[in-house]
Each structure stands twice: as structure tokens, then as C-alpha cells.
Design a binder for this molecule. Structure first.
Ligand code: SF4
Length: 485
């Protein structure tokens, strides 16, 4: 899917952040607002909060960043001690307000607000079935299907409603639900998308990543298990196994790129995992060079690890403009060609005459990498050796990441040497799947690796995969290609 601001950066886009907070005696909307800030990297298209005062659930959501969607006046309209929140990057459903979340529905227990991160692979069938039974959907997001199923089962009680809903869902989902008196948070039986639980003050909290806890004085103490349900109410926080766990399939890309470096999941901090990926990369794909330069920000820990093992100096060869966010202003042709310069600027003095190892997290379409290599060479770098802390991405993601078609993935139709030539680098090397999972510290069987291997842990129905997999397989060799040693 080509997006209006892909000319700025073609890296894979995050998929959504969810959270729920219960803060006795405090304003949940205010706490949730600051926690949502820490999940901004997971979605910048829209943001929303649903808040309960114990009797009524109220909601506010809009297009834009958290800081654009909420102000003091808005927060004042959201009284109560319980809240769920959402930051959105659309992976199914258009990027429009009626697909923003939380999704608000009436149920037998009162209004509910539903926030979802992930992607259902049986959304088409469920939508058709529910529509045939008389459901009139407000939007096109698959998250609304979850909300409608929950509403249908609420007469069983909230906890049983979650169990009954989970039986119908196939795919990746971490979900937070607010009822007038309760927060319910659950993770799919494969555990694809992250979800953490913990405390905040005298209350309780759940969030996509542990980085959301810190700014509000919270502590993430438990990674929600595959198929597990977290129940937060005035009696505290408790856990139940709402669906039997299936083959574990945590998204490896969370560790490579999506999650924030200070987050902790699968018993490691993301920063440490990325540093180890850089160390593995230096062993698997060494380069004859003078300096190691990261593509900021996600390439920084890996570049440090690469420098440590290779003995080459780590150099800040580029600076990132931190104030560039999603834009829907269309560039003219000249700006489109300059593209990445809006986000990154070279430190010319550091680069002049140097043989550079450029460390980045991934190559999707290769347009951004190509522009960065060009920029470094134009700034005086003598050679650029690109090293990537992910294996080649050859297959689309059906579990909530915006890499939905084989046709747009460079490694699906080019060999490593062809990509090397396309981006204009002197050499190109990728990290192997084995080394990437070793760097996280868990066996590769416990991860989803589908976008690298084509081995989908949750079977993808034919109707969904036909278009996305249309591109003929042409798997390039995993190897370093050195043109100018
Ligand atoms: S296909 Fe790739 S991006 Fe998608 S969930 Fe699996 S590892 Fe993550």
C-alpha cells in the first residue's frame, strides 16, 4: 500500500498501540494521555481515549497525533478513573475518522470502548456473517468486528464474552476493552502482538509496550501470555486463560524495528536485543571500512554493537529531524526525489573520505536506503557498505504490519546483488534469521518469521493471500556481495 508520505520514509509502519489504566482517585484520562504519548511511535494517524466514571463511558478520538487530538478542554469532558486508549496506524480499513479507535458500542452492560492492535485474517468471513445476521458496520476496520462480537456475547458476562469472542477470531490481536466498571485486555493465542500488564500508583495498567508505564510512574510486571485475559476492576488485577495457547509466534520485527528501545519484552530490553543484533551482524557480515554509522534512530543500538565487535569507531554520521511526522502534503517531483533529506542530514566532516559501514534495521522497497546511500556518497564518503539487522523481507505480513503485497518488497523480486546495485552501495549484507533470534535470546521456533521465510504460523486463507502473494517468488541469496573490497 503506497501512502501519501512514503516518499519521506519507506520503512515498515507500526501498527497501533493500545492501553488501559485504572487509577483510583485520579483522572484516568490524564494518566492515559501521557501514557499514550509513549506509544506514539506505534501509530500516528489517529488517537483516542474512552473513559468510564463507573456509570458511563465517554469517548474522544480524532485524526492526528496524541498532542493534536487532546487538550485540557477535551480531557475535562472525560471524567473517571478507568480509561482505554489507542494510537492508530491503519493496516486494514482506510485512514479516516470512523476507523479511529477506541470503537464505541452499546451492550447489555452499558457502553463499551474497544482498542485493538493487530489484524484478523478471517475478517472477511466474520464481517460477511455478521452483516448477513443484521449488523450494520460503521467503519471498515477489522477491529469493529471484535467490538461487535463482544457486544453479542456480553449477556454471558464480560469475561465469558471475551472467551466466546476469542473462539471466533483468527489472526493477531492485542485488545483493550472498557466497560462501565471494568477493563479487559487480551492477547491472541499465538502472542503475535505485544501486551504488558503492571501497576500504576494504587491502580493497574495494561499497554502494548512497557515504555508506556514509565512516564506515568507505572511498572510493567507481567508480559501477558498467549491467549491470556487480564481483568482490571475495583477488586484489583487478575488473570485468566481465555483461550488455549497455540504455537507461540511473537513478531520478530517488534525486536528489530517496531518497539521502542527502552521497552522490555520476551525478557530482554529492545535496546539490548538490537545491540546484540549488531554484534551478530559484525560477525556474519564483516566489512573493510573506517567508521560505523547508524541510520538514526532505530539503527543506533545495532551500530554500537557492530562497532564493538568490529573494532571500528562508532560515528554519528547523520542527524535526524525529530519534528517530522506524518504529512499528507503532496511533494512536487523535485521534493519527492530529495525525499529522505527532510528527515536525515549528513554530518559532512565525519564522512569525508571515509569508508562507511551503514547500519539500518530493514529494507522494504529500498527507495529510502538508496537515497541515504546517495546522500552519504554526495557528502564525501568514499565507500558505503550497507548492513541490515533483519533478514531480507520477501513475504507480506498478514498480522498487522503494513507490508501487504509481495510486489512492493525489494527482496521478493531482486537478489541481494541486485538490491546492492539498486541502492548504489559498495556491499550489502543482511543478518540471518538464526542470528536475529539468537540476539533476542529465544529459539527461532518461538517467533513469527513469516515475512522472512514465508512460513506463516497462522494459516492465511486463499482469498486473502491471492493478491498479496501474486509476485513470483525469486528469493535472493543470503550473502554479502562485495564489489569494491
Ligand atoms: S510477518 Fe513479519 S512483521 Fe508480520 S508478524 Fe510476522 S515477523 Fe512480524
Amino acid at each position: 500500500m503506497t501512502r501519501p508520505d512514503d516518499w519521506l520514509d519507506d520503512s515498515p509502519k507500526e501498527e497501533c498501540g493500545v492501553l488501559g489504566v485504572y487509577v483510583p482517585g485520579a483522572e484516568a484520562a490524564r494518566v492515559a494521555f501521557f501514557a499514550l504519548y509513549a506509544l506514539q511511535h506505534r501509530g500516528q494517524e489517529s488517537a483516542g481515549l474512552a473513559v468510564s466514571d463507573g456509570r458511563q463511558v465517554r469517548m474522544h478520538k480524532d485524526m492526528g497525533l496524541v498532542s493534536q487530538v487532546f487538550d485540557e478542554d477535551v480531557l475535562a469532558t472525560l471524567p473517571g478513573e478507568m480509561a482505554v486508549g489507542h494510537t492508530r496506524y491503519s493496516t486494514t480499513g482506510a485512514s479516516v475518522l470512523h476507523n479511529a479507535q477506541p470503537i464505541f458500542c452499546q451492550s447489555v452492560v452499558g457502553e463499551i470502548g474497544v482498542a485493538h492492535n493487530g489484524n484478523l485474517i478471517n475478517a472477511r468471513e466474520l464481517r460477511a456473517e455478521l452483516t448477513a445476521e443484521g449488523e450494520a458496520f460503521d467503519g471498515t476496520a477489522d477491529s469493529e468486528i471484535i467490538a461487535r462480537l463482544l457486544v453479542r456475547h456480553m449477556h454471558l458476562g464480560p469475561e465469558n464474552a471475551v472467551a466466546a469472542t476469542m473462539k471466533r477470531l483468527e489472526g493477531a490481536f492485542s485488545v483493550c476493552v472498557l466497560t462501565p466498571g471494568m477493563i479487559l485486555a487480551f492477547r491472541d493465542p499465538h502472542g503475535v502482538r505485544p501486551l504488558m500488564a503492571g501497576s500504576v500508583g494504587d491502580g493497574w495498567m495494561v499497554a502494548s509496550e512497557s515504555c508506556a508505564f514509565f512516564p506515568v510512574g507505572g511498572v510493567a510486571t507481567h508480559e501477558v501470555r498467549p491467549g491470556e485475559l487480564v481483568i482490571i476492576d475495583r477488586d484489583g488485577m487478575r488473570f485468566a486463560q481465555a483461550a488455549p495457547p497455540r504455537k507461540e509466534a511473537k513478531c520478530l520485527f517488534e525486536f528489530i524495528y517496531f518497539a521502542r528501545p527502552d521497552s522490555k519484552m520476551f525478557e530482554t530490553t529492545i535496546n539490548a536485543a538490537r545491540r546484540r543484533m549488531g554484534m551478530e551482524l559484525a560477525r556474519e557480515q564483516p566489512a573493510s571500512a573506517d567508521i560505523v554509522v547508524p541510520v538514526p534512530d532505530s539503527g543506533i543500538p545495532a551500530a554500537r554493537g557492530f562497532a564493538e565487535v568490529s573494532g571500528l569507531p562508532f560515528v554519528d554520521g547523520m542527524i535526524k529531524n525529530r519534528y517530522i511526522h506524518r504529512t499528507f502534503i503532496q511533494p512536487d517531483q523535485r521534493m519527492r526525489e530529495l525525499g529522505v533529506r527532510m528527515k536525515l542530514a549528513p554530518m559532512v566532516d565525519e564522512l569525508a573520505g571515509k569508508r562507511v559501514v551503514l547500519v539500518d534495521d530493514s529494507i522494504v522497497r529500498a527507495t529510502t536506503t538508496r537515497q541515504i546511500v546517495r546522500m552519504l556518497l554526495d557528502s564525501g564518503a568514499r565507500e558505503v557498505h550497507v548492513r541490515i539487522t533483519a533478514p531480507p523481507i520477501k513475504w507480506p505480513c498478514f498480522y498487522g504490519i503494513d507490508m501487504s503485497s509481495r510486489g512492493e518488497l525489494a527482496a521478493a523480486h531482486m537478489t541481494v546483488e541486485e538490491i546492492r546495485a539498486h541502492i548504489g552501495a559498495d556491499s550489502l549484507g543482511y543478518l540471518s534469521v538464526e542470528a536475529a533470534t539468537r540476539a533476542v535470546g529465544k529459539p527461532s521456533e518461538r517467533f513469527c518469521l513469516a515475512c522472512f521465510t514465508g512460513d506463516y504460523p497462522i494459516p492465511v486463507p486463499d482469498g486473502l493471500s491471492k493478491d498479496a502473494l501474486a509476485h513470483p517468488p525469486d528469493v535472493g541469496q543470503l550473502a554479502t556481495v562485495v564489489v569494491k573490497p
